[in-house]
Design a protein around this ligand. Structure first.
Ligand code: TYD
Ligand code: MG
Length: 485
């Protein structure tokens, strides 16, 4: 039996039901009922929290007072950058990521930074603002948090005194505690483990996650306490809950990366107080998450060794350019069907490119085993990486290295033609900044190509021409090149 405080609301038509049903009786939609707290006087207009505005007379745009938000630095430059300069008091931030990726670690470090309120090169006199931070954990015991803090070297000093930890899953109690202790920031780890009294659904259900988040955000706005919610998200982003919060919170940050590798990307997919262009790059080290100094370079090879089969590509992660090393190895195959193995890029995409190379560019790999890889454990599905991947394969087959200062960008079509990709100029600029001097990009007429200082941009129409530029012309007929021209 549903208690009086909750109703199951259809997300499609808004009809309220007393108990959960698979299908909405009003509109007939399936699986759309979500348990929702009934608020008095709020039952009709429960379209979502009007957090930004308290009603008043309309004002002209020019008459509005400028409200440049105050920001509390987290002390971790990469997080501050992604947030747009720091945490805004009263804002709600969702930090999503796969389990074990390092969310709790990063937030404990951020908590220490918030407590101290330090900012490097601070001009606005914000330094030392800091304050209490409340860390509510439903995932671990306080003892486990202490262990982690010890590992991160956070057990001593001012920060340790200013961070309070509570193992609590009841949102009402967490809000109470926050109102009592008045921290500058409240961290809830994770939103899937907390529950609200009024609902009877289990922790982690869509209803619980949403109502808990709403209650916490209400407090955030009302009391000016910044709230950071942790949300576990699986690779396809489907784990119930966090996705439904994205439109409620002020900022959504995602921590990504390969758990078995050390590099992590922190991206803002939404940010009401800043841009979503910034990407923070971290390295999971022995003592927590360390900032990576030049992130655009992080995924390029660092060795002096320059073997055939390595080509730099430029991708856009979110909207920020990253240079990445694409590696390929081509080896004579044994018996049976040849292997196509890829990590970081899609295996079926690799198979398509291998076929196009054979039929359209004279790079016959039909009897070869083929391995492809992105350096640094990065995983991307950017069509702009087609060209560097093809060049890496050609380079490996011919055993001829591609010049180190060459970057390749472009999507490869089934006819072997090169197609433009979005953000070409931005990618080229970043490559030029990092010391690349030549770029091979899709294009036939010179006038269409962006001009980038210090960079020779070569436009080529098809894969064959691109390979000619990067690896040199085909020395002779290839094994299974069935191309007519
Ligand atoms: P964690 O922050 O618990 O991940 P999440 O909260 O996203 O589930 O960290 C996960 C991993 O990080 C864990 O397997 C151990 C590793 N780790 C380090 O490598 N160095 C460290 O200093 C810490 C604290 C953890
Ligand atoms: Mg955790």
């Amino acid at each position: 039996m549903a208690r009086q405080q909750s109703r199951y609301i259809c997300q499609t038509c808004g009809a309220a039901h007393l108990r959960w049903e698979g299908q909405c009786r009003t509109c007939g939609a399936w699986n759309t009922l979500v348990e929702t707290v009934v608020r008095e006087a709020d039952t009709k207009r429960r379209a979502g929290p009007s957090l930004a505005s308290r009603a008043g007379a309309p004002q002209s745009l020019s008459g509005l007072r400028e409200a440049e938000p105050v920001r509390i630095p987290t002390g971790i430059g990469e997080i501050d950058r992604v947030l747009g300069g720091g945490l805004v008091p009263g804002s709600a931030v969702l930090l999503g990521g796969e389990p074990g990726i390092g969310k709790s670690t990063l937030l404990l470090q951020a908590a220490a930074g918030l407590a101290l309120g330090q900012r490097i090169g601070d001009a606005a006199g914000m330094g030392g603002v800091g304050g209490e931070v409340l860390y509510a954990t439903g995932e671990e015991s306080a003892g486990q948090v202490r262990l982690r803090a010890g590992r991160l070297g956070l057990l001593e000093g001012v920060a340790a005194d200013r961070i309070s930890v509570v193992a609590e899953t009841d949102v009402g109690r967490i809000v109470e505690l926050a109102r009592e202790t008045r921290p500058i920031a409240l961290i809830v780890d994770s939103i899937q483990t907390v529950t609200i009294d009024e609902l009877e659904g289990p922790a982690g259900s869509v209803g619980q996650v949403r109502e808990c988040a709403l209650r916490l955000m209400e407090m955030a706005k009302g009391d000016g306490i910044a709230v950071i919610l942790v949300g576990h998200v699986t690779k396809d982003g489907t784990l119930a809950g966090p996705k439904t919060l994205e439109h409620l919170v002020d900022a959504v940050l995602n921590l990504e990366g390969d758990r078995t590798a050390t590099l992590r990307l922190l991206r803002a997919t939404k940010n009401r107080f800043g841009s979503t262009e910034e990407v923070g790059v971290f390295e999971m080290a022995e003592r927590g998450m360390a900032e990576v100094v030049d992130p655009a370079r992080a995924f390029l090879a660092t060795t002096d060794e320059h073997a055939p089969g390595s080509v730099a590509g430029a991708t856009l992660e979110g909207t920020r350019p990253l240079l990445v090393e694409v590696q390929a190895l081509v080896a004579p195959g044994g018996y049976g069907s040849p292997r196509r193995t890829a990590s970081g890029v899609d295996t079926s995409r690799l198979a398509v490119l291998v076929a196009v190379l054979g039929r359209r560019a004279g790079i016959g790999l039909g009897s070869h085993d083929v391995y492809a890889n992105l350096a640094g454990g990065l995983e991307l599905d950017d069509p702009g990486l087609d060209l560097p991947l093809c060049l890496a394969l050609a380079s490996s087959l011919r055993d001829k290295p591609v010049p180190r200062d060459l970057v390749a960008i472009g999507e490869v079509g089934l006819l072997g033609e090169l197609r433009p990709v979005p953000g070409l100029e931005r990618r080229l600029r970043e490559a030029a900044r990092l010391g690349f001097h030549t770029a091979i990009v899709p294009g036939s007429r010179r006038g269409d190509l962006p001009t980038v200082a210090g960079m020779e941009v070569i436009g080529v129409a098809n894969l064959r021409a691109a390979i000619g530029q990067a690896v040199g012309a085909n020395p002779g007929p290839a094994a299974d090149d069935g191309e007519a021209t």
